[in-house]
Design a protein around this ligand. Structure first.
Ligand code: 13P
Ligand code: SF4
Length: 304
């Protein structure tokens, strides 16, 4: 079937089943053709909480679909490929978090949404890359524990005075593997280009940035920028969307390894299949979902 036919079939089925498609910025760019909302984790969580659709098809990775289900437990949430995991979320489980917490009694736990529902259920508050600084600030604490991303945690600490952010040693392999040398090499070829970095990168990489932000913040800021050349220090999907939306600007992907394989598993056929056969439905233990919802709600309440 051609993409045009696939898109029409998906859109017809969406109407018939009262379904919406949420697509993360790292998805294959053609998924946006059938997405009702496309953006970063924070934006998609907000849309999942708000929608009056009966079915949410999540074009993203497992923890994102799980978060949508926690926020909208009465809705059917579908992840079209259950192998779409997140290497960062896999870095910590409930038992590891409990052991980490036991070393710092009484210190509040901030949990990056790139984590399992069980880990969220044991945290005080969640955050995304878009609001992590505001979330930590809102706690008014001298010390916080931050899981699982050591780099986002240390970025947050660098943005605040008087808060010690104690990080768990997790990371996203795609962002962790990007080095200072990668940035300097691109800068030497494109000296006028501005450097836009996702905060999952190492501290010495974010220190070289002209702008640090979530995927949506990067795209929004570049659309409003009067500059014309940009080195993009995050996953390839961001570059693909920028090239589509800003044809007059030049984008340089930091390196060809900056691709999240899990995010690339989905194609239009998979979205159609998910809608046709209600595949694959996300379910979460009720007790865990209830506790995880309180951590996510605490984040949403701060409004950042
Ligand atoms: P965003 O918060 O920008 O959606 O990033 C999520 C993510 O998985 C980055 O690797
Ligand atoms: Fe997880 Fe990294 Fe992929 Fe984001 S890019 S979904 S953190 S593995």
């Amino acid at each position: 079937m051609s993409n045009i036919d696939l898109i029409k079939k998906i859109n017809d089925l969406k109407k018939e089943k009262k379904a919406i498609v949420l697509a993360h910025t790292y998805q294959n760019v053609e998924i946006d053709e059938v997405a009702d909302y496309s953006g970063d984790s924070l934006y998609l969580s907000r849309m999942a909480a708000k929608t009056d659709a009966d079915i949410i098809v999540f074009a993203g990775v497992y923890f994102m679909a799980e978060t949508a289900k926690i926020l909208s437990p009465q809705k059917t949430v579908l992840l079209p490929n259950l192998s779409a995991g997140c290497a960062m979320a896999d870095k910590i489980n409930l038992e590891q978090l409990r052991t980490f917490k036991s070393q710092y009694p009484g210190v509040p736990v901030v949990c990056y949404v790139n984590s399992t529902a069980a880990v969220k259920s044991e945290a005080d508050i969640c955050c995304t890359s878009a609001n992590a600084v505001e979330v930590v600030k809102s706690l008014n604490a001298k010390e916080v524990l931050f899981v699982p991303d050591q780099h986002l945690g240390s970025y947050v600490e660098s943005q605040l005075t008087d808060v010690k952010v104690i990080t768990y040693p997790g990371f996203c392999p795609i962002h962790h593997d990007i080095t200072v040398e990668d940035v300097l090499e691109k800068k030497s070829v494109y000296p006028a280009a501005k450097v836009y970095v996702h905060p999952e990168c190492r501290k010495n990489v974010t220190q070289l940035a002209d702008f640090v932000g979530s995927t949506t913040a990067i795209i929004r800021n570049i659309k409003n920028s009067s500059d014309s050349e940009f080195i993009i220090v995050t996953e390839k999907g961001v570059v693909e969307r920028l090239e589509r939306d800003c044809p007059d600007k030049k984008f340089i992907l930091i390196n060809q390894k900056a691709i999240c394989d899990s995010m690339k598993l989905l194609h239009l056929e998979d979205i159609l299949h998910a809608l046709e056969y209600n595949k694959y439905e996300i379910t979460i233990d009720e007790q865990i979902a209830k506790k995880a919802l309180s951590s996510i709600d605490n984040m949403i309440k701060i409004g950042a």
